[in-house]
Design a protein around this ligand. Sequence first.
Ligand code: SAM
Length: 288
Amino acid sequence: MPSLSDIGTVKDIMQRHGFSFSKGLGQNFLVNPSVCPRMAEMGGADETAGVLEIGPGIGVLTAELARRARKVVAIELDDRLIPVLGETLAEFSNVTVIHGDALQLDLAAIIREYFADCDHVAVCANLPYYITSPIIMALLESRLPVTSVTVMVQKEAADRICAPVGSRESGALTVAIHYYSKPRMLFRVSAGSFMPPPKVNSAVIRMDILHEPAYDVGDEKTFFRMIRAGFSQRRKTLANSLTSGGFLTREQAAQALSDAGIAPNSRIEALDMERLAMLSRIICQITC
Ligand code: SAM
């Protein structure tokens, strides 16, 4: 099979299969030959690994994963791509393509079924950008038995995810990701590396999963309600934002901030992970 990052090859495959890109499904295929080998290597695809890929497209990253990993399972939503993948990945006996929606499938069951003989499992994907946050959160919240999640996302999303908690760039997603994992920026990818080129630049990030949370937040549900309330009105003072959506009463918010030694006019974006965890524990004591 000629290189799947070659534009002529992509055009030929598309023509023979009568395939055209769907913007709605976030279809921008990688045609820069250096990106997929780097992603596969930095994304934990080694001979002991099972790799779960979301959105293989025509299989350009899948092929690089299959060359390195013990097994690859690739989940693709677009039924038009299933016969294409049957052709482009025919030479690999260690790849299974599943037709389905990665947000709906039981990923834990897939991991159990396909990767029982692998020493570890990694997720590696060039994500469809319209579902970046829900996919990442579904992967992290469900506490899948995976060691790392390496994904290509929009550059702005990568910056926000990797920003330190407590910095101006951080948001609710930053906090959630730092709670479940250790994220880091791997490398940037220009819009011209894709066909068709998206309007934005991209970056590859890797999240190493923390199997024990690094912070004691008291109660996770309270912690995430606090984060949602705080960041839903991030420019407001904590005394105000903690009351949004009926999370706390004015009195409870004032007491929690006072017990935590946090000035009522502070903003949530200024608190680092330690202080957010402490505030969550105190709110638990007041409300749970
Ligand atoms: N991996 C390929 C590449 O790098 O060239 C394609 C990446 S493209 C950005 C995203 C892929 O995700 C597309 O093939 C699209 O059809 C697929 N996709 C979109 N939504 C999906 C979903 N909910 N579940 C699984 N795949 C999805």
